[in-house]
Ligand binder design. Structure first.
Ligand code: ZN
Length: 419
């Protein structure tokens, strides 16, 4: 029964922006995103919820409790990347709708009010900035950053927001005071293959990783590949190659802290077959939930770069492009999720999230938790993104039990500061 209902909702939402590839495309602040949000609003109103849009267009649907005051909230997003999948974000929204429907069917009122939230503009695909709606709700977006955004057709963020019916200069009014919410839960697809690999049904996320990014420039001497003897070369790419392997090794040494490092981009100058490379620029993405571990990788990359430059007669420069804070999620809520898994006999796994989600902004202001459901083959941001409905259902059951528990308990989850 529940599976048919969830499938029906998923199908109806994904009819909006449906692609021939089998996926869906609903970009941030387009009429397709708006149409999907309107559809959810209609369903929520049919369930008797009171729905409103905030100044940024985030949808907030409230089910009153026996008491007034702080709500237990849950939700996700319905926008997608270009040529996106049908599950990313959308599953978290219909999971929330299912929790509401079950309470209605049982005619059950919780102590605290409940809120289903649908965030705007989670994906960075259109404007190059991710999780815009939740940033605004958590008071974490700077107007000058938003004012600088444009999409690939040259449409500014400001005009897209205006066309969607919102006032750019009032977006900040979407920020909510801390006392309005007691806790926030997001259910999301894993977008990786850890759960599938370990045959586990539900991921209990303890932290969201953040990147430290380095740009290393190595300069040698561009020279003729035929006339420059091997001993007389200052080959910047050969040096870069050593650095790539070193970076991989350094991240392996920090595996127990779940840190990862990737050299995903190298520019080679002049980039000709008959020329010894004179200059390379490497972009190194180091991610983790443990800043000390991440920092050790960065430090060893710096030290090795210097050593390498001396050995090979290269000039080296290391620049820090970004250094973001990982998000620690609330341990009280995690414990409740784990208890729910135990009671429901659903195998759960404590894990980190390597990707960013709306919950990381919500966690800045409210005790927050993230539940993963498996992604088949780890595929995401792709039309073939898939999660079997029975696997999704396990996540919904865990979400339902935990949300109701927190809505009915007088205890406030302890607020933790992200570390
Ligand atoms: Zn998402």
């Amino acid at each position: 029964m529940a599976i048919e209902r969830l499938t029906q909702w998923l199908t109806e939402i994904n009819a909006i922006g449906a692609l021939e590839s089998g996926g869906a495309e609903r970009l941030a602040y387009t009429y397709k995103e708006t149409a999907a949000i309107e559809l959810i609003r209609k369903w929520c109103e049919q369930e008797g919820l009171t729905c409103r849009e905030d100044a940024a267009g985030n949808l907030i649907c409230r089910r009153e409790g026996r008491q007034k005051g702080a709500a237990v909230a849950f939700g996700s997003h319905v926008d997608t990347v270009y040529d996106g999948g049908r599950y990313d974000g959308t599953l978290g929204v219909i999971a929330g709708l299912e929790v509401i429907r079950r309470l209605n069917e049982r005619n059950e009122t919780t102590e605290a009010p409940l809120e289903l939230i649908v965030f705007r503009a989670e994906e960075s695909s259109r404007f190059g900035m991710a999780t815009i709606g939740s940033k605004l709700m958590a008071g974490a977006a700077l107007p000058e950053h938003l004012a600088a955004l444009t999409d690939r057709d040259g449409i500014t963020f400001e005009s897209a927001v205006t066309d969607a019916g919102y006032a750019f200069e009032r977006l900040h009014e979407a920020a909510r005071p801390p006392e309005e919410l007691k806790a926030f839960f997001e259910l999301h697809i894993e977008q990786g293959s850890v759960l599938e690999e370990h045959c586990e049904a539900v991921g209990l996320v303890d932290a969201i990783a953040a990147p430290e990014r380095l740009r290393v420039t190595l300069e040698g001497k561009a020279s003729h590949s035929g006339t420059t003897p091997m001993d007389m070369r200052r080959d910047a790419l050969a040096g870069a190659s050593e650095l790539v392997l070193f970076t991989e090794e350094a991240a392996h040494d920090e595996k127990r802290f779940r840190s990862v490092a990737t050299v995903g981009k190298i520019d080679i100058k002049p980039g000709a077959m008959n020329t010894v490379p004179g200059k390379t620029v490497l972009d190194i993405d180091i991610r983790g939930t443990n800043t000390a571990s991440r920092g050790r990788i960065a430090e060893s990359v710096r030290a090795y770069t210097k050593q390498l430059a001396d050995k090979r007669g290269l000039q080296a420069a290391v620049e820090t492009l970004a250094e973001e804070e990982p998000t620690a999620l609330n341990t009280d809520l995690q414990r409740s999720l784990a208890d729910a898994c135990g009671q429901l006999r659903i195998p759960g796994r404590v894990m980190m999230s390597g990707a960013g989600h709306d919950v990381m902004n919500m966690a800045k202001r409210w005790p927050s938790a993230l539940i993963f459901v498996p992604s088949t083959d780890g595929l995401s941001h792709h039309p073939e993104e898939y999660t079997p409905m029975h696997e999704f259902l396990d996540g919904v059951n865990v979400l339902e039990r935990t949300v109701i528990e927190w809505a009915n308990t007088a205890v406030q989850p302890e607020k933790e500061v992200s570390s």
